[in-house]
Design a protein around this ligand. Structure first.
Ligand code: KIV
Ligand code: NA
Length: 265
């Protein structure tokens, strides 16, 4: 396997090859995602929702993120592994941010970290980058700030927020980030941002004018089924498939159909 690097992602933007990214939080899922040639795996703090059942991404801890990340790293032979620094582990000051990033890199073996925000956290981003740790930015609907937004609706529809997003994207590029995630913003704005920077812009709910796409793997596989944003394309309905299989198992146990003679020693 030829490992995808932060350099190869930037080269993909230059050659116009779109970047595919999916989340994964555990070894078994990451194995499948990696073997299917996804370029980058995001160990997202969406693990807080998907794996732990929390309502927001805020409760997940740095230790929990490192546990998920180390499982994914053991599975990923080809994909670049990027890990979210969780809420509360980098906003305090730049020293804390660096310490958190170093813990993720050292204890999980991941290849890069991701943080939410622009101007507000520029000193932290610089400090992490100075330590030689690649940083991916994340602008637009940044779920760690959900209580500031109050809703999960589209961001940057008004000029003021759009202008800030554009200047934050330029700032992230200048600081030395290797890529930026743009979440749930108008497609026109996302395209404009992607064209204004030389680093790849990876969208989720940001239209087709960007350099790559990311989705939460449980959402695109249809394993979660209460979540229907417009940007989500469901490639499977695993919720129903798994429910049917498990109900069948229950029936087979109850009726003594399972195990049969061939399945016994
Ligand atoms: O945590 C996550 O899954 C993310 C992606 C949605 C970009 O940050
Ligand atoms: Na995230």
């Amino acid at each position: 396997y030829k490992r995808v690097t932060v350099k190869s992602l930037v080269e993909m933007k230059q050659t116009g090859e779109k970047i595919s990214m999916l989340t994964a939080y555990d070894y078994s899922m990451a194995k499948i995602v990696d073997a299917a040639n996804v370029d980058a795996i995001l160990v997202g703090d969406s693990a807080s929702n998907v794996m732990a059942g929390h309502e927001t991404t805020l409760p997940i801890t740095l230790d929990q993120m490192i546990y998920h990340a180390s499982s994914v790293v053991r599975a990923a032979k080809r994909a670049l592994v990027v890990v979210d620094i969780p809420f509360g582990s980098y906003q305090g000051d730049s020293k804390e941010a660096l310490r958190s990033a170093i813990r993720i890199m050292k204890e999980s073996g991941a290849h890069a970290v991701k943080v939410e925000g622009g101007e507000e956290i520029k000193i932290s981003i610089s400090r992490i980058l100075e330590a030689g740790i690649p940083v991916m930015g994340h602008l637009g609907l940044t779920p760690q700030s959900i209580y500031k937004f109050g809703t999960y609706t589209v961001r940057a529809k008004e000029e003021e927020e759009a202008d800030k997003l554009k200047s934050d994207a330029k700032l992230l590029e200048e600081l030395g980030c290797f890529a930026i995630v743009l979440e749930k913003i108008p497609a026109k704005l996302a395209k404009e941002v992607a064209e204004s920077v030389s680093i790849p812009v990876i969208g989720i709910g940001a239209g087709g004018g960007v350099d790559g796409q990311v989705l939460v793997v449980h959402d695109m596989l249809g394993m979660t089924h209460e979540f229907h944003p417009r940007f989500l394309r469901r490639y499977l309905n695993l919720y129903d498939e798994m429910s049917n299989a498990i109900s069948q198992y229950v029936d087979d146990v109850k009726s003594s159909d399972f195990p049969n003679e061939d399945e016994s020693y």
